[in-house]
Ligand binder design. Structure first.
Ligand code: HEM
Length: 316
């Protein structure tokens, strides 16, 4: 539908197209060896809507949203449903200079709100309910940085699909009727070498990204493909395939930690995978994405976020 994201009930879970927020938590969990772990995960996922409403209703203006997603290895045990056609573990990519690792993750929560206390509270309650069924593999707390810039200083998210295009590119449709309305979620946590980046001239940085830094205008016909060009996927019929991104900066200056948490939602996981291959292997091969010379991928994982109807059925 083309209704505005802001007009929808803000506290409905699995709103993949929830508006970009000021705050976000990206929580990756693995199931513990506890005999009831999968059953517990299923029941907490089935009740997630209640938890999101319990927190979100306390200030509707906070626009709390949460997307829960399940990894390939535990899909059968947790859901008991047929597998999403394209669900498989994140494939590591070993390029000439840089590697995209594949790291553990069975459950994933993308929590967004205009207030960081809302993200915190929902995360706290989810972990409390899951108890000893899970271990935390990664917890990243992201924040909006000025006019939606990444820590490299560029506006990030401009070429995202908008309006009805969000759902069109992000949500599975007719191709997999059992999972219509769901979405493939790919995440990668990147750590930046900001000193090395800031040592480059602005002109060089702009060629690497493919846009101007101050006013965010596209640069075309560069001799070596920029990040923007490598991440543009056009199929044999000339059709461009998009994904829905909601990257967030995170960091702790005192610890020298500066990062970008990449998250991409897609109806076809191969599209996101092709982008990552192009970045790490390069196009032509060898001409990899120079963003990677200052950005080290420390995680990589794929999940499937079922539709809200499917999620609610877990509670039956
Ligand atoms: C574009 C930053 C990783 C896919 C951009 C832009 C920036 C950016 C600044 C230009 C503005 C925009 O259109 O959003 C970053 C940073 C990353 C990162 C800092 C991590 C270090 C990734 C990854 C993917 C990706 C891993 C794909 C799996 C895209 C796409 C575009 C884009 C599809 C839009 C291309 C277009 O149609 O113009 N990114 N990105 N990015 N990025 Fe990234």
């Amino acid at each position: 539908t083309s209704e505005s994201a802001w007009a929808r009930t803000p506290i409905q879970p699995q709103s993949v197209d929830a508006p970009l927020s000021r705050s976000a938590v990206f929580l990756t969990l693995t199931l513990s060896g506890h005999p009831d772990a999968a059953a517990r995960a299923r029941s907490v996922l089935g009740d997630l809507g209640g938890l999101v409403r319990a927190v979100g209703f306390r200030d509707l203006g906070a626009h709390l949203s949460c997307v829960a997603a399940i990894g390939s290895e535990v899909w059968d045990a947790v859901t008991g449903l047929p597998r999403p056609v394209q669900l498989h573990p994140f494939p590591a990519v070993v390029g000439p200079a840089h590697t995209a690792p594949s790291t553990p993750g069975d459950l994933f929560f993308h929590i967004r709100a205009e207030r960081d206390d809302f993200c915190f509270e929902l995360e706290r309650l989810i972990l409390d309910k899951l108890g000893n069924a899970v271990q935390v593999a990664d917890e990243t707390v992201g924040f909006r940085y000025f006019d939606s810039r990444d820590l490299l200083g560029f506006v990030d998210g401009t070429e995202n699909p908008t309006g009805s295009g969000m759902r069109e590119w992000a949500l599975v449709a007719d191709g997999d009727p059992d999972h219509a309305g769901g979405s493939y979620v790919v995440v990668q946590k990147y750590l930046h070498d900001l000193a090395a980046w800031n040592a480059l001239s602005t002109e060089t940085q702009e060629k690497i990204i493919g846009r101007t830094k101050a006013d965010n205008v596209e640069l075309d016909d560069l001799p070596r493909k920029s990040h923007k060009d490598l991440a543009t996927i056009v199929d044999d019929d000339g059709v461009e395939h998009d994904i829905l991104r909601d990257n967030m900066p995170f960091g702790r200056p005192g610890a020298g930690e500066f990062g970008t948490y990449f998250i991409g939602y897609s109806k076809d996981v191969w599209v996101t995978e092709r982008m990552i291959s192009a970045m790490f292997l390069g196009d032509p091969p060898g001409s990899y994405d120079r963003i990677l010379d200052v950005s080290h991928a420390v995680t990589g994982a794929t999940f499937f976020a079922p539709s809200n109807d499917v999620l609610e059925s877990f509670g039956d």
